[in-house]
Ligand binder design. Structure first.
Ligand code: SF4
Length: 458
């Protein structure tokens, strides 16, 4: 049984001036990646650290920010774990924050306990920290993660000499560098860099260990990367639409995915509708792409409550369903008497899209056709994205084997899902269509949610 795991955002900044306000703003710009916990650590003779249960804007007090002195530091937002986490070690006084998931954490914890280690809660970040601190120096310790950890990690380590940043050798989770004059930043997403008036420099390469200090970015080691395995959900859903990840704009990717959905409808001469609409917010780019290719009128049919949180970053099912209901209402004027295509990023359990289809029909929609940018979800994530258990995935109930091998299988599933959610039709992008649309080589992506294959070499 897969637990719900965190999706997180990390940020670090080195400056000639007090860093805390930029770090505060940096993690605020990453808030969409996790809303349960937030934290900042700065370095000023030693690590100063404050973490909170809650969102960035509601949590940090003026006293917190005054306490967090120093010209460099790191920050974190999370669904599940309180980070950064500070340690006094033979490598010095350090603090760590990461995004990802350690699949073999339980085995590593058991082995470390046998060696005499103790754990606070057995968090992934503790496993990472203890692995690093066993080494004689920081670079050797960070490099050891690649040998010993199975899973995904983008990591920042705060130390006296600066900020270390690294990405696992597969590059599952994003990490990008930015600068403006003597301010140097590292972030889960470029939006935090751009919105702090800094220029994007480049992505951290899979397996690269970078030190950020007053002179800028220094690659201390480049570990061999057997293959890339970027998470495609970053472009389809997780990341903010104003970010660029591994050279591909999120907005561009979503537009192309929507265009692919429209092209399939055009090729299959299937749907005559009056308007195309997004399920906000992540469906917007997909619906725009659908409109661009089909020339069908784009029209909002839902009003998004910007004060509600993202439903998938809520930590319990009840919280997710409550949040989903709070976050969207129907624009009846736009809907009455219309045949509508609605675009969304993915279907997990199917309950939320079912609610939306019903709401639209209740408001007078004549037909509702659902178009989904991602292929059917058949497997949970192992690498740090909050997904449900296998049993909860709607597509899995139709295909218990977890194998959709041809277009006829896909059509069978689409008809079954349409029946489940009371839609007039449902279509997904196939895996091939998805990969072609975003233009990243198939071998550079993790497709495990869709094909069940873990992209880890033995
Ligand atoms: S398993 Fe799924 S969500 Fe997790 S990294 Fe791979 S594609 Fe992304």
């Amino acid at each position: 049984m897969k637990e719900v795991r965190d999706n997180c955002g990390i940020f670090g900044l080195y400056s000639q001036f007090p860093a805390v306000f930029d770090i505060y703003n940096g993690i605020d710009f990453l808030q969409h990646r996790g809303q349960e916990y937030c934290g900042i650590a700065t370095y000023d003779q030693h690590v100063r650290q404050v973490t909170h249960h809650g969102k960035v804007g509601n949590s940090f007090t003026e006293q917190d920010l005054l306490y967090l002195t120093g010209n460099w530091g790191i920050g974190h937002v999370s669904l599940w774990e309180r980070q950064p986490m500070a340690w006094q070690s033979r490598l010095g006084n350090i603090s760590l924050a990461f995004s990802g998931n350690v699949i073999n954490a339980d085995e590593m914890i058991a082995a470390m306990k046998d060696q005499g280690h103790s754990f606070y809660r057995g968090y992934n970040i503790e496993v990472i920290a203890k692995t690093i601190m066993e080494a004689d120096d920081m670079v050797t310790g960070i490099a050891a993660l690649a040998e010993r950890i199975k899973g995904a990690y983008s990591l920042v380590v705060l130390a006296a000499e600066g900020i270390y940043a690294t990405r696992d050798v597969y590059g599952f989770r994003p990490l990008i560098l930015g600068k403006n004059g003597t301010r140097f930043a590292v972030s889960s997403e470029s939006r935090a860099i751009q919105n702090l008036d800094m220029d994007i420099v480049r992505d951290v390469r899979p397996g690269e260990i970078v030190l950020i200090n007053a002179e800028g970015f220094h690659t201390l080691k480049q570990l061999p990367s057997p293959r890339k395995a970027h998470c495609p959900f970053e472009w389809a859903y997780t990341a903010s639409i104003d970010s660029i990840i591994d050279g591909l704009y999120v907005q561009e990717a979503r537009n192309h995915l929507g265009q692919a959905l429209a092209q399939r409808d055009i090729d299959e001469k299937d749907v005559e509708v009056d308007i195309v609409a997004p399920v906000p917010m992540s469906g917007i780019g997909h619906a725009l792409g659908y409109h661009q290719r089909s020339q069908i009128r784009y029209q909002d049919v839902f009003l998004y409550n910007r004060y509600a949180d993202r439903s998938y970053t809520q930590s319990s099912q009840i919280a997710r369903e409550k949040m989903a209901k709070r976050k969207i209402s129907v624009l009846k004027y736009a809907v009455e008497g219309k045949r509508i295509v609605i675009c969304d990023d993915s279907i997990v359990r199917g309950t939320q899209i079912q609610d939306k289809v019903r709401d639209l029909k209740k408001a007078g929609a004549k037909e509702v056709h659902v178009r989904i940018a991602c292929p059917p979800l058949l497997y949970p994530c192992d690498f740090g994205v909050s997904t449900r258990t296998m049993e909860e995935l709607a597509a899995r109930q139709c295909f218990p084997s977890g194998n959709i091998s041809c277009i006829d299988d896909l059509r069978k599933l689409e008809d079954w899902i349409a029946g489940q959610i009371d839609a007039d039709s449902v279509k997904y992008n196939s895996i091939d269509a998805f990969v072609t649309a975003i233009g990243i080589p198939r071998g550079d992506l993790c497709l495990k949610c869709w094909d069940g294959i873990r992209p880890l070499l033995p």
